[in-house]
Design a protein around this ligand. Structure first.
Ligand SMILES: Nc1ncnc2c1ncn2[C@@H]1O[C@H](COP(=O)(O)OP(=O)(O)OP(=O)(O)O)[C@@H](O)[C@H]1O
Ligand SMILES: [Mg+2]
Length: 677
C-alpha cells in the first residue's frame, strides 16, 4: 500500500494558518485588510488579553450574503481574483482566499454580516474549522468578525505567544500603520475598556499623524511628495473593474511618493521607525530601506536610522505582491527605478527643506530619547515595557518601534465649538481655519493626549490649528538664511554666535567648515579637478603589514584625490603631495584613518557602489582633518565667509558624520523663556 495520502482540509488549513497567522496581530492584519477591501469607512477593533482571548473587528463595508459568507471559509475562496492573469495586477490587499479558513481552523470564530440588498443578515459560528451554526439575523450593513481563543486547538502554537502587553503592542502598531495609510477612514482600537486609538476621518495625512502620533513626532517630521513617469510599455491593461475610478483620470504610468521624513537631528538606533506602504499595503523591503539610508548618507551617522513614513503608489502591474504568504513583501518590476526614485526624492526634499535643528530640542534628541512612532495614548495599559517588541521579535514581519510605550494619563479634550469656516474636513475650510488661527491659539492640555474626540468636526479643527502652527514654525526654521546672518563673535573660539530674523544661532565652526570642504572635495573629485600641493619634504608614514595591503586597494582613489604617495622601504610610504590644506600630523592621521576605515570593509570595495562609499569616506576624512579646528580665533570677515560658504552647501544641516552644524534658539523660544508669550 502506498505511503502518500492527501491531507484533509482541516490539516491543510492549519498548515496554511502557520504561514498566515502566527499571533493576534496577524489575525488583526488579515481582518483589517478584508474590511478595507470591502470598502469600509469605519473600522473598530476590540481586543481582550492582547488578542489572545478575543479579537473583534467591525466594519461598515459591503458585507456578504449568506452563500458568500459560507463560501468565505472555504480554502482558496475569494471574490478578489478570478484568473491567473489578474495576479499581475492586484489592486486589493487580499487575493489568496486563505485568511478566513486559516483563522477559523485555529480559533473560534463568530461572523455576522449583511449586505444592503438583503433583508436579513447572516450569523455563522465556526470553531477549529467546523461550522457549528448558521442563522439569519437582523443586522445593519457591514461585517463583524469575532475571533476567540486563538490556537485553542493547537497548544504548541499557543506557547509561542508572548506576554499580553507584547501582543497588544503588535496589534497597536498594526492598527496605527493602517490608520496612517487611510486618513479618510475612521479607526478605533479598544483594549478591554480602554480606547487606544480613536481616529475620526481627516483630510490629510499630517492631521492623521498628529491624531495618532502626537505633536512632538509631527514637529520632528517634514512632508515629502514627488512624482515620476514610469514607462511600462508592453504590459497588459488591468481589467476596468479593478481600477479605482479616480485612478483612470490620472496618468496610469506614474510613480508617486508622499509621506514624512525626519529632520537630521532625529536619529533612531534601529530601523523600526521606517514604515513603507506600497499602494497602501504595509510592507518590509530591503531595497527601499537601502534607498532611504542612501538618502540620509552623510547627513546622519551611518549607525543610526531616520523616521520615515513612505507611501508609494504605482500601477498594480508594476509590483508583484504574490511573493510572501503574509503579503508583507513585494517585488518591483523595475527595482532600480523605484529605488533611485525614493532615494532621490527624499534626498532632494532634505536639500530643499534644510531644516534647522532647534537648540532646546537638540538637548534631548539623543537617539534613545527621541519621540517614538507609537500612538501617544497607550495610556492606562498594564506594564508594557517588559517584553517590548524588538526588531528580531517580529514574527509578523511588520516593523515596530522597540521603545517602550510612554505611559501618559489619557486626557479627555473638551470639545471645542463647531468649525468656524467651510465644511468640516474640507481642504478649504481647513486652510482658512488654520490661517486664521496660526500663532494665536495654543491648545491647552493637548500636548500629551490622544484626540479621543468622537466628532470629526472638532477633531479636524483642533488638529488643523496645531498642524498649521507646527508647519508655520517649521517653515520659518530652515537654513536658507544662513548667508545673511550677522556674526556677533565666538564662544570659546569654537562656536560662532550669530543673529538673524529667526533668532539666535550657534554654529560649530569646525563641522561647518568640514561640510563646506566635504562637498567641495566631492565636486572636484567628480570632475577630476582636485587641487594638490607639493610638500617641501616628503612625509614618511609607517604602516603595519596588513595596512600595506589595504593601502594598495585604495591607492588609486587616493591619487585621484590629490595624493602622491610612493613606497619608501617595505613598510613605509613617502607622501610627496597632498590635497590643499592637509599637512603634517593631520595628513598622517587622515591617511591612517582612511586605511583603518577601509579595513573594516575589504569585501565591499569590490563592489561598484562601494567605490562611491570609499570616495565619500576619503572626502569626509580629508575634510575633517583640514577644516578649521575648535579653539581657533576667527575674525568677523572669516566668520561671514564661513556662513556664506555653508549656506551654499547642499546639506548645511549636519557634518558628513551626522553631527548638527547650526542650532537655532528661535525667537519664539526666547520670548517664551522670558515669559513674553
Ligand atoms: N469584512 C469583510 N467584508 C466583506 N467581505 C469579506 C470580508 N472579509 C472577507 N470577505 C469575503 O471573504 C472572502 C475570503 O476572505 P479571505 O480573507 O479568506 O480571502 P481574501 O481576502 O480574498 O484573500 P487573502 O487570503 O489574501 O486575504 C473575501 O474574498 C471577501 O469576498
Ligand atoms: Mg483577506
Amino acid at each position: 500500500m502506498g505511503r502518500i495520502r492527501v491531507l484533509s482540509d482541516q490539516v491543510a488549513n492549519q498548515i496554511a494558518a502557520g504561514e498566515v497567522v502566527d499571533r493576534p496581530a496577524s489575525v488583526v492584519k488579515e481582518l483589517l485588510e478584508n474590511a478595507l477591501d470591502a470598502g469600509a469607512s469605519r473600522i473598530r477593533v476590540e481586543v481582550e488579553a492582547g488578542g489572545r482571548k478575543l479579537i473583534r473587528i467591525a466594519d461598515d463595508g459591503h458585507g456578504m450574503n449568506r452563500d458568500d459568507a459560507l463560501l468565505a471559509f472555504e480554502r482558496h475562496a475569494t471574490s478578489k481574483l478570478h484568473t491567473a492573469d489578474e495576479l499581475l495586477s492586484i489592486a486589493t490587499l487580499g487575493f489568496r482566499g486563505e485568511a478566513l479558513p486559516s483563522i477559523a481552523s485555529v480559533a473560534r470564530v463568530n461572523l455576522e454580516t449583511s449586505t444592503s440588498d438583503d433583508a436579513v443578515g447572516t450569523r455563522i459560528e465556526i470553531a477549529g474549522g467546523k461550522i457549528h451554526r448558521v442563522d439569519d439575523a437582523a443586522l445593519s450593513r457591514g461585517t463583524t468578525i469575532a475571533v476567540a481563543d486563538l490556537f485553542f486547538n493547537t497548544p504548541a502554537r499557543r506557547k509561542f505567544l508572548r506576554a499580553e502587553s507584547t501582543e497588544l503592542s503588535h496589534v497597536t502598531a498594526l492598527v496605527t500603520h493602517y490608520a496612517l495609510a487611510h486618513p479618510e477612514k475612521h479607526f478605533e482600537l479598544l483594549s478591554a475598556s480602554h480606547t487606544l486609538i480613536s481616529a475620526p476621518p481627516v483630510s490629510r495625512t499630517a492631521e492623521r499623524v498628529y491624531q495618532i502620533l502626537g505633536k512632538d513626532t509631527l514637529a520632528q517630521l517634514l512632508p515629502v511628495a514627488a512624482e515620476a513617469p514610469l514607462g511600462h510599455a508592453g504590459l497588459p491593461e488591468p481589467p476596468p473593474w479593478k481600477r479605482d475610478p479616480d485612478e483612470q483620470k490620472r496618468d496610469p504610468g506614474a510613480l508617486r511618493l508622499s509621506g514624512f521624513y525626519s529632520k537630521p537631528e532625529l536619529q533612531k538606533l534601529n530601523r523600526n521607525s521606517i514604515y513603507i506602504f506600497v499602494n497602501k499595503r504595509l510592507i518590509r523591503d530591503r531595497l527601499l530601506m537601502h534607498a532611504i539610508s542612501e538618502a540620509y548618507r552623510n547627513i546622519i551617522p551611518p549607525t543610526t536610522s531616520p523616521v520615515v513614513l513612505l507611501f508609494l503608489e504605482m500601477p498594480p502591474e508594476e509590483v508583484d505582491v504574490n511573493v510572501h504568504p503574509a503579503k508583507t513583501e513585494v517585488r518591483f518590476r523595475q527595482q532600480s527605478v523605484v529605488h533611485d526614485f525614493v532615494r532621490d526624492s527624499l534626498r532632494n526634499a532634505l536639500i530643499q527643506a534644510r531644516p534647522a535643528a532647534a537648540f532646546l530640542k537638540a538637548l534631548d534628541s539623543s537617539p534613545a530619547a527621541s519621540p517614538s512612532i507609537m500612538p501617544v495614548s497607550i495610556s492606562a495599559l498594564p506594564k508594557a515595557t517588559e517584553n517590548a517588541p524588538s526588531e528580531s521579535d517580529h514574527a509578523i514581519s511588520i516593523p515596530n518601534d522597540a521603545e517602550p510605550f510612554r505611559l501618559t494619563p489619557q486626557v479627555e479634550t473638551p470639545l471645542p465649538g463647531k468649525l468656524p469656516f467651510g465644511a468640516p474636513g474640507s481642504e478649504q475650510g481647513w486652510e482658512q481655519a488654520a490661517a486664521a488661527l496660526i500663532g494665536s491659539v495654543d491648545l491647552p492640555g493637548h500636548d500629551n493626549c490622544l484626540a479621543t474626540i468622537d466628532s470629526p468636526f472638532s477633531s479636524a479643527q483642533s488638529t488643523a490649528n496645531e498642524t498649521a502652527r507646527v508647519e508655520a514654525e517649521q517653515a520659518a526654521a530652515n537654513l536658507n538664511h544662513l548667508g545673511s546672518l550677522k556674526p556677533l563673535g565666538q564662544l570659546r573660539e569654537s562656536f560662532i554666535l550669530a543673529t538673524g530674523e529667526d533668532g539666535l544661532w550657534i554654529i560649530d565652526q569646525h563641522v561647518a567648515h568640514e561640510r563646506v570642504l566635504f562637498e567641495k572635495i566631492l565636486r572636484d573629485r567628480q570632475v577630476e579637478h582636485v587641487q594638490r600641493q607639493r610638500l617641501l619634504m616628503p612625509l614618511l608614514v609607517e604602516l603595519k603589514p596588513w595596512q600595506i595591503v589595504v593601502f594598495a586597494q585604495i591607492a588609486e582613489e587616493l591619487e585621484r584625490n590629490g595624493f602622491e604617495v610612493e613606497p619608501f622601504g617595505p613598510q613605509t610610504l613617502a607622501v610627496k603631495a597632498a590635497p590643499v590644506g592637509l599637512e603634517g600630523a593631520s595628513l598622517e592621521r587622515m591617511l591612517l584613518q582612511v586605511i583603518e576605515q577601509s579595513t573594516d570593509a575589504p569585501n565591499e570595495l569590490k563592489q561598484n557602489e562601494d567605490l562611491t562609499s570609499l570616495r565619500t569616506r576619503i572626502a569626509a576624512s580629508i575634510a575633517c582633518h583640514s577644516a578649521i579646528k575648535v579653539n581657533t580665533p576667527l575674525d568677523p570677515v572669516r566668520m561671514e565667509w564661513l556662513l556664506l560658504e555653508l549656506a551654499k552647501t547642499e546639506h548645511p544641516t549636519s557634518c558628513p558624520h551626522g553631527r548638527p552644524i547650526a542650532l537655532l534658539y528661535s525667537w519664539k523660544d526666547i520670548q517664551r523663556a522670558f515669559h513674553r508669550i
